[in-house]
Structure formats: structure tokens, C-alpha cells
Design a protein around this ligand. Structure first.
Ligand SMILES: Cc1cc2nc3c(=O)[nH]c(=O)nc-3n(C[C@H](O)[C@H](O)[C@H](O)COP(=O)(O)O)c2cc1C
Length: 195
């Protein structure tokens, strides 16, 4: 493994096996530069956040999830919109990842978001709520481009490939920007710790 290679984790905010946001995440994964180590980090096995379950004896699924989030240099999220906000599943995953505060896998982490929804605005409200959460958890989100995929049915082929040219272009741009930003943060950190 190239020690210089950056690691990016992908998290899909929908638990559906036929999720458009999962297809979107996988389309982005295919666009990762070859020297990026990419892995999908599932959130479906996480229990609902409960402080009684947290601590040294947190469930195995939580420990594994936290370790995976901590191990990557950057995160790419797809943010489906449920009732004008992010899904409960995604918020729950962020809640687990954000604790304990002194050892949060989200803190100082470069990240990017995108989303697909049936509505006219293509997850814009969910993405805004995500950005709100990102402030408190201190993730450093890429601002542009905004990837808001409306009417996803028309943009993916029957076998799940992202066909729409404009969307592919935007997703590619977001991936490049996330990788660039992740490299900037990592090299800045290395420089500071070498002083
Ligand atoms: C509980 C629920 C609430 C939803 N609320 C919204 C909404 O506020 N805005 C929107 O654009 N779509 C909404 N939708 C439609 C979802 O965007 C659509 O189901 C989308 O495909 C979900 O993402 P997925 O395909 O990745 O699972 C909602 C769907 C569900 C199940």
C-alpha cells in the first residue's frame, strides 16, 4: 500500500437496496483517481444512538464503524432528503461517529456531500441541514460544486449506471475537489507536525 495514498470513505444516507443515492455514491466511486484508496462504509447495522450503549463496551457494529471513519482521510456522503431533512439513518450514523467528542472521527475531517431525491430541489434542504451538522461536528466540507440530483429515475439506466452527462460531470468535479481538499488538509497537517 502506498503510504502517500489518501483514503476516502463513502457513506450513503439511504438504507434502501435500490437507493438512487447508493447508485450515485457508486458512480462517484468509479470516478476516484487510481491512487485514492476508496471504501464504502455502511451504516445499516448501527443501532439507534443511545448513551447507555456508548462507552468502552459499545456494540461491535459501532466500534467497527467508528474505526473505519477514523481511518480515512476524507469522507464522501450521499444525503437523501426525508421530510425536508437528512434521513434518520444518516443523522444516527453522524451521532455515533461524533462521539466521544475528544476522539470523534468527524472532527477536522474533509468531506463532500451530494444527493438525489424525487423532489424538484434534489435534496437541497437535506444538504443544508447536513451542513448545519457539519459545523458542530467540525467537518470541513467542500462548498462547490453542489450536486443536486432531481428526478433520478431519468438519470440512471435500468441497470443502475449514471447516464446523465451533466450530472456525471458535476459528480466528477466534486470528487476531484474532495480529493484535492483532502490532500491539502493532510499535507498541511504533516507540515505542522514536522515543525
Ligand atoms: C419518509 C420520506 C420522506 C421523503 N421526503 C422527501 C422530501 O422532503 N423531499 C424530497 O425531495 N423527497 C422526499 N422523499 C422522496 C425521496 O427523496 C425518494 O424516496 C428518494 O428516492 C430516496 O432516496 P433513495 O432512493 O436513495 O433511497 C421522501 C421519501 C420518504 C420515504
Amino acid at each position: 500500500m502506498d503510504p502517500e495514498a489518501i483514503r476516502v470513505g463513502g457513506i450513503c444516507g439511504s438504507l434502501g437496496s435500490k437507493s438512487y443515492n447508493l447508485l450515485l455514491l457508486r458512480a462517484a466511486a468509479e470516478m476516484m483517481p487510481e491512487d485514492v484508496l476508496y471504501e464504502e462504509i455502511p451504516i445499516g447495522d448501527l443501532p439507534l444512538y443511545n448513551p447507555d450503549l456508548d462507552g468502552d463496551s459499545a456494540p461491535e457494529a459501532v466500534r467497527l464503524f467508528r474505526d473505519r471513519v477514523k481511518a480515512v482521510d476524507g469522507l464522501l456522503f450521499t444525503v437523501p432528503e426525508y421530510n425536508y431533512s437528512l434521513t434518520g439513518a444518516l443523522k444516527n450514523a453522524l451521532d455515533w461517529a461524533s462521539r466521544p467528542v475528544a476522539d470523534s472521527g468527524l472532527y477536522d475531517k474533509p468531506a463532500a456531500i451530494m444527493g438525489a431525491s424525487q423532489g424538484t430541489f434534489g435534496t437541497v434542504r437535506a444538504q443544508l441541514h447536513f451542513r448545519h451538522v457539519a459545523v458542530f461536528t467540525n467537518m470541513h466540507l467542500v462548498n462547490k460544486p453542489e450536486v443536486l440530483v432531481r428526478e433520478p429515475r431519468a438519470k440512471f439506466s435500468a441497470d443502475g449506471r449514471l447516464e446523465d452527462g451533466e450530472t456525471r460531470q458535476l459528480v466528477g468535479q466534486l470528487v476531484r475537489e474532495l480529493v484535492r481538499w483532502t490532500r491539502v488538509v493532510r499535507s498541511g497537517r504533516a507540515e505542522l507536525s514536522a515543525r
